[in-house]
Design a protein around this ligand. Structure first.
Ligand code: ATP
Ligand code: MG
Length: 301
């Protein structure tokens, strides 16, 4: 398939899941088990093929992004545990040149992190120009886990008068402004919420307990977070309503079927890169002369 055709297919695949305006977004409108018109039995192998083609197209686009050295792309992944963030990142980025890609996973903040404003640790890991940066979790934890568990907010050492009723509204506003600042500095932000159902998460946790090769992935704490499922879903919904913008849209990707999730994520990354004016730098007259002279010299010896 030609790159142009792949880009067209990618746009079609990503469109139903792209949220560029949050106002009317409702999480219940996205079914975690959705696979569009594809069925697991008939289309899973085709989806894998499409992913492989997508990965090749992505590598081509990334090569241009790197050579042009103007734009940076920041991909943010948020999800409940076991939704497949790591797998999606691994598969989708499998073909890209590691030199042009940076992945950073944000864990519970350290003492040093807590001694700063919450964007501080994220700023340090923003991608360089020409690079694709991936945040596995991000400053969005500030309106997710920190909202669901007020203990985390208490540890942030904020003076009480700054922790009022409007704190979440203010955080949304600051995040929107921050992302607009990034957009204006040619850092293109795209955000992914991998939307898994509570039922499928249970199944994946059980697999992690039953399969010795997956035991290391299981944490009882993750399973305990299921008690707060509804609070998390409410927090996710409001986060998307408040922070989905044209410049920094969310993709709400059904995550009960990993093969489908990966195709949609790849499609979204392709449509993002394809929307930029990527091109190899033009070589000027002087450089052409230099190349011709070097060739002549090389051939003469
Ligand atoms: P995996 O489990 O697949 O290795 P993970 O992203 O779940 O990946 P963990 O080390 O299990 O990694 O979890 C990181 C934990 O840190 C999550 O529970 C997340 O909610 C928490 N966390 C991240 N950022 C913050 C934050 N700013 N404040 C409080 N907790 C945070
Ligand atoms: Mg975890």
């Amino acid at each position: 398939m030609k790159t142009k055709k792949i880009i067209k297919t990618a746009r079609e695949l990503a469109k139903p899941f792209r949220v560029s305006k949050g106002k009317n977004f409702r999480l219940k409108d996205i079914d975690p088990d959705d696979t569009l018109e594809f069925t697991e039995k008939a289309d899973k192998p085709r989806a894998k093929e499409t992913l492989a083609m997508g990965v090749t197209a992505l590598a081509e686009l990334q090569d241009k992004l790197y050579a042009q050295d103007k734009w940076a792309v920041l991909l943010i992944f948020q999800a409940m545990d076991a939704a497949g963030k790591d797998g999606a990142i691994k598969h989708v980025m499998s073909g890209v040149n590691p030199q042009g890609c940076q992945v950073y996973s944000f864990k519970s903040p350290s003492a040093e992190d807590l001694d700063h404003d919450y964007l501080w640790r994220c700023m340090k890991h923003l991608p360089n120009r020409g690079h694709i940066g991936i945040f596995n979790r991000s400053y969005y934890e500030q309106v997710l886990v920190v909202r669901v568990h007020p203990d985390f907010l208490a540890k942030q050492k904020l003076p009480p008068k700054l922790v009022g009723k409007k704190i979440w509204e203010h955080r949304f506003e600051d995040i929107r402004n921050f992302e607009q600042y990034l957009a204006r500095n040619s850092i293109v932000v795209r955000k992914f919420f991998l939307h898994i159902s509570k039922k499928e998460q249970k199944q994946r946790f059980l697999d992690r307990i039953d399969d010795p090769l997956k035991n290391w992935k299981f944490s009882s704490n993750d399973a305990n977070e299921r008690d707060f499922w509804d609070d998390y879903m409410e927090a996710y919904e409001e986060m998307i309503q408040e922070t989905a913008t044209k410049d920094a849209p969310w993709y709400v990707v059904p995550a009960d079927n990993k093969w489908f999730t990966r195709v949609v994520v790849a499609a979204a990354v392709i449509e993002t890169l394809a929307s930029l004016d990527l091109a190899y730098p033009k070589v000027d007259e002087g450089k052409l002369k230099e190349l011709a002279a070097a060739k002549k010299k090389l051939l003469s010896k």
